[in-house]
Design a protein around this ligand. Structure first.
Ligand code: FES
Length: 359
């Protein structure tokens, strides 16, 4: 089943820091489990802001098994949705919320020794992963390295302290601060390759023995942590990461290739298979992604970031061919197996069938 929007009522809003809030929803029991999630997944929130359909994905911080879903939202400069969330939402208000999605996940029982590395608002999915693993599996151990500028910018600070007290033997919490001195010098500074190495050397973390390393934060930090862990001999498959904003921002889309231009000039017959239904339209503009063209023709395809990062628009090329402008989320094996991102795909053949039901 493709991710679907439902109207949910905001049940709670709490300040996490001066520029971040936790926003909670309790899905109606009649939605029948549609909002069950795996730790690490996100919700896409949708609102009409200044006449524009605006969507943003925010990770769930709640542990599995609770009926209240909470997301953490930090204000971003010039962030349209985050400004709206900070200023215009109130308890009791209805909001369009997509069913949980995302593949940055840690299943309880599968991960026994988790190393979580987060910076800033990258902590949100880690809250869900840490609590779920610790609560759901008494053998699970979790080490969390959390980087911030200063104490006041730490999101979920109280909940983290609570977890530390509650699971003293199984939860290790390491706060790194880049703009506030702490007594222990190793805890000062940003998360980078050197920091990962020095924390490993002192025995504070042990990437090689972890069976799941989860990294969430800015792209630069993710890349350097991944590379350092791989250099230390950690298998690639054990390292998971979540990216919401690429380091170079959203680049302007490249000019269409010759194949794209030729295909669009003839008019590409695009067929969409979604929830067992087949619909089609003609794509005639080589600059448009399939998602944009589908939207113009009144087809509601699942999407969130429109930037190749969230994977909400993942589908399989069942017929024809298409090329993606950027891809920050599909794995090499998925591309090989024919998967694409509808928000990035432009047809290079005169017909194209995208199957959203294929997983
Ligand atoms: S909508 Fe996010 S990757 Fe396409």
């Amino acid at each position: 089943m493709a991710p679907t929007f439902h109207t949910l009522k905001i049940s709670k809003i709490e300040d996490l820091t001066s520029d971040a809030k936790a926003i909670s929803f309790v899905p109606d029991a009649r939605l029948n489990g549609a909002y069950q999630f795996v730790p690490g997944q996100y919700l896409t929130l949708r609102a009409d802001i200044d006449g524009k359909d605006t969507r943003r994905s925010y990770s769930i911080s709640s542990p599995v098994g609770t009926n209240e879903l909470t997301v953490g939202i930090r204000h971003v400069d010039e962030g349209v949705f985050s400004s709206f969330a900070m200023n215009d939402l109130s308890v009791g208000q209805d909001l369009q919320v997509m069913t949980p999605d995302g593949r940055f996940t840690a299943n309880v029982g599968d991960v026994k020794d988790a190393l979580l590395i987060a910076a800033g608002s990258g902590i949100t999915p880690m809250m869900s992963i840490a609590q779920s693993l610790l609560e759901g599996d008494e053998e699970a151990k979790v080490t969390l390295v959390y980087g911030n500028r200063e104490t006041s910018s730490i999101m979920f600070r109280e909940q983290l302290e609570f977890l530390k007290d509650r699971y003293m033997d199984r939860f290790t919490l390491i706060h790194l601060l880049s703009r506030e001195d702490q007594d222990v010098p190793i805890l000062n500074g940003r998360i980078d390759g050197e920091k990962v190495k020095s924390l490993t050397k002192t025995g504070a973390i042990d990437p090689a023995s972890s069976d799941g390393i989860f990294v969430c934060g800015p792209e630069e930090m993710i890349n350097v942590v991944r590379t350092t862990c791989e250099e230390m001999g950690v298998e690639k498959s054990k390292i998971h990461f979540e990216l919401f904003t690429p380091a170079d921002g959203q680049k302007p889309r490249k000019a269409p290739t010759k194949e794209m231009l030729e295909a669009a000039e003839q008019g590409v017959l695009v067929e969409i298979i979604l929830d067992g239904t087949k619909r089609s339209f003609k794509l005639t503009d080589a600059n448009e992604s399939v998602l944009e063209a589908a939207n113009k023709h009144g087809l509601e395809l699942p999407f969130s970031c429109k930037g190749g990062m969230c994977c909400t628009c993942r589908c399989k090329v069942a017929k024809g061919s298409a090329e993606m402008a950027v891809n920050y989320s599909l794995e090499p094996w998925e591309i090989e197996a024919g998967f694409t991102l509808a928000c990035q795909a432009r047809p290079t053949s005169d017909n194209l069938t995208l199957d959203f039901d294929e997983t």
